[in-house]
Design a protein around this ligand. Structure first.
Ligand code: ADP
Length: 220
C-alpha cells in the first residue's frame, strides 16, 4: 500500500504543477469553459491528493511510523483558520459554521498539523453526512486538565450499535455507504493521532437527528 500510494503521488504532483501553469497563463479568460474545467480538475486533484495522503497515513500507522511532532501552539488560531477554510471551500453553499463555548487561551502541546487534520476531517464528515443542512456547530470547553472540542451536525446520525465501529479501519455504516463516497479511514487516522496525544475521542448521535464527534487533549 505504501509503494502504491507513493506511485500515485508522483504523477499527481506533476498534474498539479501543470494546472498551476495554465492558471497563470496571461491570456486566460475566466468566463470561458477552460476556466471551469481547470477548476473542476483542481477539485478532483485535491480529492485524489486527500485519498492518497489518507492511504499513506494508514500505511504509516501500520508500520508504527506515524510520527507526532509535539510543540506548543495556539489552538484558538488554528480553529479560526479551519473554520474560515471550511466556510470558503464547503461544497454546501450558505452553510454556517457556528462557534459555541470557551475560547482556548492556553497554548496546547501537540502536533498542530495533525490536530488540524482531525478538525478538517470532523468538519468534512459533518457536512458530507448532513446534506442540505444550514449549519454545523463547533463546541469547545476548557477543563482543569484537558480541553474538549466537538463538531456537531444535524444530519443522518449513526445507529446506536454502530457508533463503536466508526473509528475502525475501513468501517463504513452500510445504510449510508451507497449515498456517500468515502474509504472509511479518516476517523481511524483521527483516532490514532488523538491516542498519540494521550487524548480521548468518541461520538454522540441520535439517528436521523445528527451527530457530535469529539476529542479531548490533555493540558497538563
Ligand atoms: P468515510 O467518510 O470516508 O466513509 P470516515 O472514517 O471518515 O470514512 O467515517 C467512517 C464512517 O462513519 C462513515 O462511512 C460514516 O458511515 C460514519 N460517519 C462519519 N462521520 C459521520 C457523521 N458526521 N454523521 C453520520 N455518519 C458519519
Amino acid at each position: 500500500m505504501s509503494i502504491a500510494s507513493h506511485e500515485l503521488k508522483t504523477p499527481l504532483t506533476s498534474i498539479k504543477a501543470y494546472i498551476q501553469l495554465i492558471e497563470r497563463m496571461e491570456n486566460k479568460q475566466p468566463e470561458s469553459k477552460v476556466a471551469t474545467y481547470i477548476h473542476r480538475a483542481h477539485d478532483q486533484v485535491s480529492k485524489l491528493d486527500g485519498l492518497i495522503n489518507d492511504l499513506l497515513d494508514v500505511s504509516k500507522i501500520e508500520n508504527g511510523k506515524l510520527k507526532i511532532n509535539k510543540k506548543p501552539f495556539d489552538l484558538e488560531q488554528l480553529i479560526s483558520g479551519v473554520i474560515e477554510t471550511i466556510q470558503y471551500t464547503s461544497a454546501q453553499p450558505g452553510l454556517k459554521v457556528e462557534r459555541q463555548g470557551a475560547l482556548i487561551a492556553k497554548e496546547i502541546n501537540g502536533d498542530a498539523f495533525r490536530i488540524e487534520q482531525i478538525l478538517i476531517n470532523f468538519f468534512t464528515n459533518a457536512i458530507k453526512y448532513s446534506p442540505g443542512a444550514e449549519k454545523v456547530v463547533l463546541h469547545t470547553s476548557v477543563e482543569k486538565d484537558h480541553i474538549y472540542i466537538g463538531v456537531q451536525d444535524f444530519g443522518i446520525g449513526i445507529p446506536d450499535h454502530k457508533k463503536k465501529n466508526v473509528f475502525t479501519k475501513f468501517y463504513r455504516v452500510e445504510e449510508s455507504s451507497v449515498q456517500f463516497q468515502g474509504l472509511g479511514i479518516g476517523l481511524y487516522i483521527c483516532a490514532e493521532i488523538i491516542k498519540q496525544h494521550n487524548g480521548t475521542y468518541g461520538v454522540e448521535s441520535t439517528l436521523g437527528e445528527g451527530a457530535t464527534f469529539y476529542f479531548t487533549l490533555p493540558t497538563s
